[in-house]
Structures are given as structure tokens and as C-alpha cells.
Design a protein around this ligand. Structure first.
Ligand code: ZN
Length: 74
């Protein structure tokens, strides 16, 4: 059974959840009871906070350089 990592968006509590099936998921934070929990992908957990940002979020560009066209990813 896969062990997934989840993080509460309300209190920031990170916890692991053992899924018995692919659709099994925790319904609320075990610490504060909030249902605002987000699945974490352990391999990329350190980068999740930057997901959804600009294409430069990987750090290959200095901040603000993209609009000028100096970013190789733009
Ligand atoms: Zn919580």
C-alpha cells in the first residue's frame, strides 16, 4: 500500500497517510480538523511551494529577467 504525504493548508501540519486504495484519502487534518489538505509528492516536496510560478521558478533566471527576454526558457 502506498504511503502518501499530505499537508494541511490551514495549519501547515504535514502528515503521512496510508492509502488502502487509489481513491483513499484523508478527509481532514489530524491536527486541526481542516479539510484543506493537499497531497504532497515526496520527491518534489521541497519544490512544491514554487509550483505554479513563472517558468523561471527553477532558479535558472534571476528575478525579473524574464520580461526582458534574457530568460532562455521564455
Ligand atoms: Zn491542520
Amino acid at each position: 500500500m502506498p504511503l502518501f504525504e499530505y499537508k494541511c493548508e490551514k495549519c501547515g501540519h504535514a502528515f503521512e497517510f496510508l492509502a488502502r486504495s487509489s481513491e483513499d484519502a484523508p478527509r481532514k487534518c489530524p491536527q486541526c480538523g481542516s479539510s484543506s489538505i493537499q497531497r504532497q509528492f515526496s520527491t518534489f516536496s521541497a519544490r512544491v511551494d514554487n509550483a505554479g510560478g513563472s517558468s523561471c521558478s527553477d532558479g535558472s533566471c534571476s528575478l525579473g529577467s524574464c520580461p526582458t527576454g534574457t530568460c532562455p526558457l521564455s
